[in-house]
Design a protein around this ligand. Structure first.
Ligand code: F6P
Length: 328
């Protein structure tokens, strides 16, 4: 007979992403719906260790569904990587009579949750929150859709000035070591070239392609570069290389950076967050643990945390082909 759950805790960990607040709201309100208490843990795993807790009810999470960031803050905790730190965290949860933990974060956060469960048998459930969309077991991580829309808007603005000054822009986007953001925004932003870690086409091909675009009469170009791209030059070195090896291009660089992590979550992310919060809480109430909730073929499914952590997402080959055709 699974242990009766009377109180759950929720925390956010790792890089923040739009939709985390909507997920917190959903976890808290699903607890209220099932007449169980909910504790918000501030500062991620650090707050678990220090007992930085606050009881949250349905009204505590009003007015946040449309807010980027996370009301619970997020932090990276070195101490939680130690057994002593996790022991303190476990004691904090026991002192607060908490029966289960929902972790909203990325694969690093899930690794900590899994180890915590293995050491203390404490029920944990993961909600994938990161703009990178690099977590196995879900077609969409929380914040990915919002980040795509944010970046496409930025590319549109850069294209205005690129075309006014006949310039080539290298635009660096986030994604850590995957190219999902770059590939999607490259297509949507009409980029002439998209450089992603999953497909290293080399510098010569890039220069040839840009020369072809130039000769075909294009007076300005956009090249989207995933920050994890492996062409062998960083984005500023790429600019210098093109400056030195190509005629007729005035080259500029724009590194979008952390603005990609902010902003009001899109409708898609708000709905996704609401669905994930319900699924996560009800899975724990059913006695489940060590799973990540995810969107698979439009449905909320559970993936063992170990698989979510170890699994790798693959670049969408159909999208890759579309991007090649669109740059004709
Ligand atoms: O994982 C989300 C992310 O934004 C990555 O895309 C990026 O590489 C990283 O976080 C940046 O980390 P930090 O916020 O610690 O600089």
């Amino acid at each position: 007979m699974p242990k009766k759950i009377n109180k759950l805790a929720v925390l956010t960990s790792g890089g923040d992403s739009p939709g985390m607040n909507a997920a917190i709201r959903s976890v808290v309100r699903t607890c209220a719906y099932h007449n169980i208490k909910c504790i918000g843990v501030y500062q991620g795993y650090e707050g678990l260790i220090t007992g930085d807790f606050k009881e949250l009810d349905a009204r505590s999470v009003r007015g946040i569904i449309n807010k980027g960031g996370t009301m619970l803050k997020s932090a990276r905790s070195k101490e939680f990587r130690t057994k002593e730190g996790r022991q303190k965290a476990y004691q904090s949860l026991m002192d607060a009579e908490v029966d289960g933990l929902v972790v909203i974060g990325g694969d690093g956060s899930f690794t900590g949750a899994l180890i915590f469960n293995q050491e203390f048998g404490f029920p944990v459930m993961g909600i994938p929150g990161t703009i990178d969309n690099d977590i196995f077991g879900t077609s969409h991580t929380l914040g990915f859709d919002t980040a795509l829309n944010t970046v496409v808007d930025a590319i549109d603005k850069i294209r205005d000035t690129a075309s006014s000054h006949n310039r080539l822009f290298f635009i660096e986007v986030m994604g850590r070591d995957v190219g999902h953001i770059a590939l999607n925004v490259g297509i949507a932003g009409g980029a002439e070239e998209i450089l992603i870690p999953e497909e290293d086409l080399g510098l010569d091909r890039l220069v040839d392609s840009l020369n072809k675009s130039r000769k075909s009469g294009k007076t300005s170009s956009i090249v989207v570069v995933a920050e994890g791209d492996k062409i062998g030059k960083n984005i500023f070195e790429l600019k210098d290389y093109v400056d030195e090896n190509m005629e007729g291009y005035d080259v500029r660089v724009s590194v979008l950076g952390h603005m990609q992590r902010g902003g009001a979550p899109s409708c898609f992310d708000r709905v996704l967050a609401s669905r994930m919060g319900v699924k996560a809480v009800e899975a724990i109430l059913e006695g489940q643990s060590n799973y990540m909730v995810g969107l698979q073929n439009g449905k909320m499914e559970l993936t063992p945390l170990d698989n979510a952590i170890k699994g790798k997402t693959k670049i969408n080959l159909e999208l890759l082909r579309v991007s090649d055709i669109m740059s004709t």
